[in-house]
Design a protein around this ligand. Structure first.
Ligand code: ZN
Ligand code: FE
Length: 239
């Protein structure tokens, strides 16, 4: 399974997922069609599936155009209004790309029906706007209880699981993490590495479960109360 980041807007990553054996290609959260279709074209890939994690336009804005251009089937959370959706996904459902199987888990918090796709054998998870490198999504529709549980479920995956999130927010998240947990040397170290990478314009995702357990204050929060305080503090934090 080959995974390629397609940058869009100011900080989104749209993920192209290709299976060589079957020739199938999926795109995760195509907020915009043009850059995705161009990248797939350059690689000689035809997009057969769209997988959406949640309804926000920066994740679904390209759905219809990709369906029309490539004939792709659109799978997205059952509990949300997803543009052009063909297949409604709930906890325990599966998506398939060739022989690769992704398991659907519901991870509400950022939106109320947000899902993540877990490819256990490949140690890959597409997590949308639920977990970011050193951070998490804002609580637009869900409660702190829901988001805390969603993050704990993702953090409980095997530690070498690669987490493909939908935004390049790592530097701002690292700055908040260093502020929230100033004694944590792993956070301080990751902040410095992230600064260097971003200065060079290097992408900082995917992250891994191991790194998030060590350096993500929202994952490290010991209870919902601590999580809620951190999320509130981050909403108004300016580095
Ligand atoms: Zn979103
Ligand atoms: Fe987003």
């Amino acid at each position: 399974m080959e995974i390629v980041a397609v940058p869009a807007f100011s900080d989104n990553y749209l993920w192209l997922v290709h299976d060589e054996a079957s020739g199938e290609t999926a795109v995760v959260d195509p907020g915009d069609a043009a850059p995705v279709l161009a990248e797939a074209d350059r690689r000689g890939w035809r997009i057969t599936q769209v997988w959406n994690t949640h309804w926000h336009p920066d994740h679904t804005g390209g759905n219809i155009a990709i369906k029309e251009a490539a004939g792709a089937r659109i799978s997205g959370p059952a509990a949300e209004n997803i543009a052009g959706r063909d297949i409604a996904l709930k906890e325990g459902d599966e998506v398939r790309l060739g022989s690769h199987v992704g398991r659907v888990i519901e991870v509400p918090g950022h939106t109320s029906g947000h899902i993540a796709l877990i490819f256990d054998d490949e140690r890959v998870a597409f997590v949308g706007d639920t977990l970011f490198a050193m951070g998490c999504g804002r609580l637009f529709e869900g409660t702190p209880e829901q988001m805390y549980r969603s993050l704990q479920r993702l953090a409980a995956l095997p530690e070498d699981t690669r987490l493909y999130c939908a935004h390049e927010y790592t530097l701002a998240n690292a700055q908040f993490a260093a502020h929230a947990d100033p004694e944590n040397l792993a956070i301080a170290d990751r902040l410095e590495r992230t600064k260097r990478l971003r200065d060079e314009g290097v992408i900082t995702v995917p992250t891994t479960v191991a790194q998030e357990r060590e350096t993500n204050p929202f994952v490290r929060a010991t209870d919902v109360g601590e999580f809620a305080r951190l999320r509130k503090a981050k909403d108004s934090f300016r580095s």
